[in-house]
Design a protein around this ligand. Structure first.
Ligand SMILES: *[C@@H]1O[C@H](CO)[C@@H](O)[C@H](O)[C@H]1NC(C)=O
Ligand SMILES: *[C@@H]1O[C@H](CO)[C@@H](O)[C@H](O)[C@H]1NC(C)=O
Length: 499
C-alpha cells in the first residue's frame, strides 16, 4: 500500500503502520491516532418529510401505509425524528459528541422521485447540500450511504432488486450523487446490509417490499446488488476518482457464529454460516479469487437439483463478471451487533437460504439481553469476527459502520453504556493485540428512530427523541456523555477497564 495521497489513504496507511509498530500493548485501551469515531443513521428512520418538496414514494412508505399491521406499533416514518427539518440541530448533537464523521444515508426517492435519472428533484439535492455543508462547517466529515433500504416504489413495481436492470439504474443514481456531492463527500458506501434487505424478497421478517420468495427472490436480489455495487465502483474510477479523491466501500452485516461443540460438523457449520451471510457479498469483492464462495454455490446447486430445478436457484456470474466485481472496494464496512452458537442441521423451509445454509443457531440465555429479540450482548464475538474477516480477506481496511444496543427508553441507559465500553474494548484488542486493520467506528445510532418492523418500540439512540412531542426534542442519554468522553479522551475511561 502506498502511503501517499489523500487523507483517507493516509488514515489507512498510518493506522496500519501504528498498529504494526506496537509490538507490546502499552495502552490497549487507546484508539490509534488516526482512528475515526462517529455515529450513524439512515434516511427513512430519521428524516420524515415523506411527501415533502417533491420526494417520491419508496417501498417503506408503501409497506407502512398499506400494511401498518406489519409494524409492531402500527407506526411509520412519515415524520420520524423530523430530521428533514431539524438537521441543523442534529449536526449540533454530533458536535456535542465530538464526532469526527457522520454516517447518514440519502433517500433515493428524494433525489430521483421515480427512481430514474431523467427527473432530478432539486429540492432533494438542496436538502443534502445543506446537511453536508452544515457538517463540514462544524468540522464533521460526511460518510454517505447511497442505499439504506428505501427503494423508490416505481422500481419495485418493475420487480425491485431481483430485476437485474436495477444494477444499471443504481449506477445512474450514483452518478447523480457523485456529480452533486462528490466535491465534498469523500467516504461512500454503496449499500447497507444487503443480507438484511434481501430478506424483503424472502420476507421471513416482513421487510419491505414483503415479497415471499425464499431461496429464490432473495438470491436474485443479492445477485443484482453485488453487480450494482461493482458498477458504481467502476463508475467512480472512470469519471470521478481522479478529481474527487474519495473512497468507496460497502456496509455488510454479520453475526459471530461460535461452534456449539468442537466437532468438525459444527465447526464447518459456522464456516458455512459466515460464507452464506457475509461471504455471499464479501467474497466476490474482497477475496483474491472473486465470485461467490464455493460452499455457497455448491450447496445451492445441489439443493436446487434435488428440488427438481434444472439450474441453480442462485444465478451465476460469468467469468467476465467475476473479474469485473473482484477488488471493487477501498474498504469494508462492517455492521456488527451480536453472536450465535451454530450447529450443523436443517433449518428453515425448503427452499430457503436457511435450508441451504444448514446451520441451527441458538443464543446462550446467559448472554445479556437488549430490547431486540435477536440482539444479545456478546462482546468477545466482535473480536473474533474482526479476526475472521482479517484472515479470510487478507486484512482489508475495515470501517465499523454500525454497532449498538437497544432498550425500551430512559436516559440512564446503563445497558448501552456497558455495551459500548465492552464492545469497544474487544475491538481495541483486535486492533492492538491481533493486528486487525480497523480504521473507524460508527455508533448506531445517533438518536432513537423508526426501527423498521419494530416501529418506535426499540430504541438505539445515544440521544432520546420524544415522539409524542410535535417538536421531537432530543435529550442526551448517559451513553451520549460516555461516547463524548471516549471521543474526547480517545480511550476507554479507566472506570470501565477490565483490570
Ligand atoms: C473448543 O476448543 C477450544 C480450544 O481447545 C476451547 O477453548 C473451547 O472451549 C472448546 N469449545 C467447546 C464448545 O467445547
Ligand atoms: C444510573 O443507574 C445506575 C444503576 O442503576 C446507578 O448506579 C447510577 O447512579 C445512575 N446514574 C444516574 C446519572 O442516574
Amino acid at each position: 500500500m502506498q502511503c501517499e495521497g489523500d487523507y483517507f489513504v493516509l488514515v489507512i496507511c498510518l493506522s496500519v503502520a501504528i498498529i504494526h509498530a506496537e509490538t507490546s500493548c502499552d495502552d490497549c485501551y487507546k484508539f490509534p491516532e488516526l482512528f475515526m469515531l462517529g455515529s450513524s443513521t439512515a434516511s427513512y428512520q430519521i428524516e420524515g418529510g415523506w411527501n415533502e418538496d417533491g420526494k417520491g414514494v419508496n417501498i417503506w412508505d408503501t409497506l407502512t401505509h398499506d400494511h401498518p399491521e406489519l409494524i409492531d406499533d402500527k407506526s411509520n416514518g412519515d415524520i420520524a425524528c423530523d430530521s428533514y427539518h431539524k438537521y441543523k440541530e442534529d449536526v449540533q448533537l454530533l458536535k456535542d459528541l465530538g464526532a469526527q464523521f457522520y454516517r447518514f444515508s440519502i433517500s433515493w426517492s428524494r433525489i430521483l422521485p421515480n427512481g430514474r435519472d431523467n427527473k432530478v428533484n432539486l429540492a432533494g439535492i438542496d436538502y443534502y447540500n445543506r446537511l453536508i455543508d452544515e457538517l463540514l462547517a462544524n468540522g464533521i466529515e460526511p460518510m454517505v450511504t447511497m442505499y439504506h433500504w428505501d427503494l423508490p416504489q416505481p422500481l419495485q413495481d418493475l420487480g425491485g432488486w431481483p430485476n437485474f436492470i436495477l444494477s444499471e439504474y443504481f449506477e445512474d443514481y450514483a452518478r447523480v450523487l457523485f456529480t452533486n456531492f462528490g466535491d465534498r463527500v469523500k467516504l461512500w458506501l454503496t449499500f447497507n446490509e444487503p443480507l438484511t434487505f434481501m430478506g424483503g424478497y424472502s420476507s421471513d421478517k416482513d421487510f419491505a417490499p414483503a415479497i415471499k420468495s425464499p431461496g429464490i427472490g432473495d438470491y436474485l436480489a443479492a445477485h443484482t446488488v453485488i453487480y450494482a455495487h461493482s458498477r458504481v465502483y467502476h463508475l467512480y474510477d472512470q469519471l470521478f476518482r481522479t478529481k474527487q479523491r474519495g473512497r468507496v466501500g460497502i456496509a455488510l452485516n454479520i453475526n459471530w457464529c461460535e461452534p456449539a461443540t468442537n466437532s468438525s460438523e459444527d465447526v464447518a457449520a459456522c464456516q458455512r454460516y459466515h460464507q452464506f451471510n457475509l461471504g455471499m457479498y464479501a467474497h466476490p469483492i474482497f477475496s483474491t479469487e472473486g465470485d461467490y464462495p464455493a460452499v455457497v454455490k455448491d450447496r445451492i446447486a445441489r439443493n436446487s437439483a434435488a428440488q427438481g430445478y434444472t439450474v441453480s436457484r442462485l444465478p451465476l456470474f460469468t467469468p467476465k463478471q467475476v473479474e469485473y466485481i473482484r477488488g471493487t472496494a477501498d474498504f469494508l464496512g462492517v455492521n456488527f451487533y451480536t453472536a450465535y452458537y451454530g450447529k450443523a442441521g436443517e433449518a428453515g423451509d425448503s427452499p430457503s437460504m436457511a435450508r441451504d445454509t444448514g446451520v441451527i443457531t441458538i443464543q446462550d440465555p446467559a448472554w445479556g439481553l437488549s430490547a431486540s429479540s435477536w440482539l444479545r450482548v456478546v462482546p468477545w464475538g466482535f473480536r473474533k469476527e474482526l479476526n475472521w474477516i482479517a484472515k479470510e480477506y487478507g486484512n482489508p481496511p475495515v470501517f465499523v459502520t454500525e454497532n449498538g444496543f437497544s432498550d425500551h427508553g430512559g436516559l440512564n441507559d446503563t445497558g448501552r453504556v456497558h455495551y459500548y465500553t465492552s464492545y469497544l474494548t474487544e475491538m481495541l484488542k483486535a486492533i492492538h493485540e491481533d493486528g486487525c486493520s480497523v480504521i473507524g467506528y460508527a455508533a448506531w445510532s445517533l438518536m432513537d428512530n423508526f426501527e423498521w418492523n419494530r416501529g418506535y418500540t426499540e430504541k438505539f439512540g445515544l440521544y432520546a427523541v420524544d415522539f409524542d412531542d410535535p417538536d421531537r426534542p432530543r435529550t442526551p442519554k448517559e451513553s451520549a456523555k460516555l461516547v463524548a468522553e471516549i471521543i474526547r479522551t480517545r480511550q476507554i475511561p479507566e472506570r470501565f477497564r477490565e483490570d
